[in-house]
Design a protein around this ligand. Structure first.
Ligand code: UDP
Length: 236
């Protein structure tokens, strides 16, 4: 049986050097890294955040926009990123499908797990957009949920850092990288892997989470195919 993984990118990862918007060069680079997986017979699901466009908490901060509406705006942002990612994949010849947790039939298929599995079996990359479809959740939780639903062997959190630290490595020189953590460690306040809902769901379903640097070329394939965990952290 082929290996199946779910890769989660934050919206910010798509913004390149900036914090906002979509940088097509970065998008093209990410698509290339995904292609390496597909070319190596690995089935790939993708969840992308929306933080480069709208984050619910920030949009609702001054009270003008209600949190629920702000969160729907955030979910729509993930669909925008999903459309862009699908284009970048198709641009380099990767067959893909975009599914959405919110009905949007002109743009994306509705999320149907059995259909998603079928696409994966046929070697298509499936992009899961619109998060969980519910306000008050994050795309990290959506990624954990989708990874569990499609029975992925691991969830890869692709970031700009090479793993999980005991404190913020940008602020503290003595921050230590934690190579292997258990779920309870990941739930501690100082450890920022993912939000508690996402970690709890991963724990319940024994889904391993790998945190890795997306911007080191070839890293994604090395981790998944060669099980080389030297340049990442793993929660299991
Ligand atoms: N969101 C939501 N429900 C979900 C997933 C996402 O309401 O299931 C909203 C939420 O407002 C969030 C925004 O979509 O702030 C963008 O997602 P996220 O912040 O997780 O993106 P990332 O930080 O990964 O770019």
């Amino acid at each position: 049986m082929r290996q199946r993984v779910l890769v989660k990118f934050s919206g910010e990862a798509l913004a390149g050097d900036g914090e906002y918007g979509i940088d097509t060069k970065t998008l093209h680079y990410i698509a290339g890294e995904i292609k390496e997986l597909v070319d190596n017979n690995i089935e790939v699901g993708i969840v992308i955040g929306g933080g480069n466009i709208v984050r619910g908490v920030s949009a609702a901060a001054d009270g003008v926009i209600k949190r629920t509406s702000a969160d729907y705006m955030g979910m729509l942002a993930t669909v925008i990123n999903g459309v862009a990612m699908q284009e970048a994949l198709e641009h380099i010849g990767i067959s893909s499908r975009l599914q959405s947790a919110i009905k949007m039939e002109q743009i994306a298929e509705s999320f149907i797990v059995k259909r998603a599995r079928r696409h994966l079996e046929k070697g298509r990359v499936v992009i899961f957009s619109a998060g969980t479809g519910n306000p008050f959740f994050t795309t990290d939780t959506a990624a954990t949920l989708r990874a569990t639903e499609i029975e992925a062997s691991m969830l890869i959190k692709a970031t700009k850092v090479d793993g999980v630290y005991d404190k913020d490595p940008n602020k503290f020189k003595d921050a230590k990288k934690l190579e292997t953590l258990n779920y309870d460690m990941a739930l501690q306040d100082n450890i920022k892997v993912m939000d508690d809902t996402a970690i709890a769901l991963a724990k319940d379903n024994k889904l391993p989470i790998v945190v890795m640097n997306m911007f080191e070329e070839g890293n994604l394939l090395k981790i998944i195919k060669n099980k080389d965990y030297s340049k990442c952290s793993i929660v299991k």
